[in-house]
Design a protein around this ligand. Sequence first.
Ligand code: AMP
Length: 284
Amino acid sequence: MIIAKTVREVREQVAEWRREGLSVGLVPTMGYLHEGHASLVDRARAMCDRVVASDFVNPTQFAPNEDLEAYPRDFEHDCNLLEEHGCDMVFYPSVEEMYVPNAATYVEIQDEMPKQLCGKTRPIHFRGVCTVVSKLFNIVQPDRAFFGQKDAQQLAVIRRMVRELSYGIEIVGCPIVRESDGLAKSSRNTYLSPEERTAALVLSKAVFRGEELVGSGVVDAKRVVDEMTALISAEPLARIDYVSAVDGVTMQPVEVITDGTLVAMAVYIGKTRLIDNFIAGGLK
Ligand code: AMP
């Protein structure tokens, strides 16, 4: 596997693959990789001739009070996992390589959509995500890019950015990978104490309960959200940021659950903010 630390190395390698007529898939990540990330690489491997993963903790998507410094990192482990899953190149830039000094150009969806759900507590988050992903798209120029449903609002935001900025890139959404007890895999799970790790199961329990209700024919969004909220509230270590049923494209709240409705949550377990969700009728 090629380890590229500069934009130039990535461009030269991708140009060579292009000359050979090969298709290129991109898997953007912030590192500290787990089986959730690996599933994206596997999907890219199956759909593209060459797979590029990026491994970059993007400072512009963290607010000053968030966990940028504490964010877990282990590049050697990441390389091993990527190589095992057949990744051809990892892009591992420094902050200086990605952002020129005093960079002030951002990509931002100026609409309600990125202000919903996670955008309420993280107002600059999706501007940072759109900016870094559009930079990665410009650097790698992939045919396809792979994102997890775990970050469902991010997936919707990226799909919209791609449409509105005319990127000729196919966005492939991939299902949530979970631990055997249900907890959605996340680099942030490493912050949890053993006690919090047990408490964190309320997120997936609420997701499964919500899915069960919708599967049994309940379409009243309030009823589903209320039951999920009650289940989470019963856990003393949990503090709800939001539990919401929204349109899967616009992120606007809905009253009636239909195919494509996103039922999403963010919950603090101690100091750690975790997210989880399900999409009625499954991910399309
Ligand atoms: P991150 O490194 O957390 O920024 O995540 C990089 C990509 O991996 C994003 O597209 C995430 O949605 C995806 N991802 C993270 N965790 C999971 C998971 N448990 N299952 C599926 N995809 C995931």
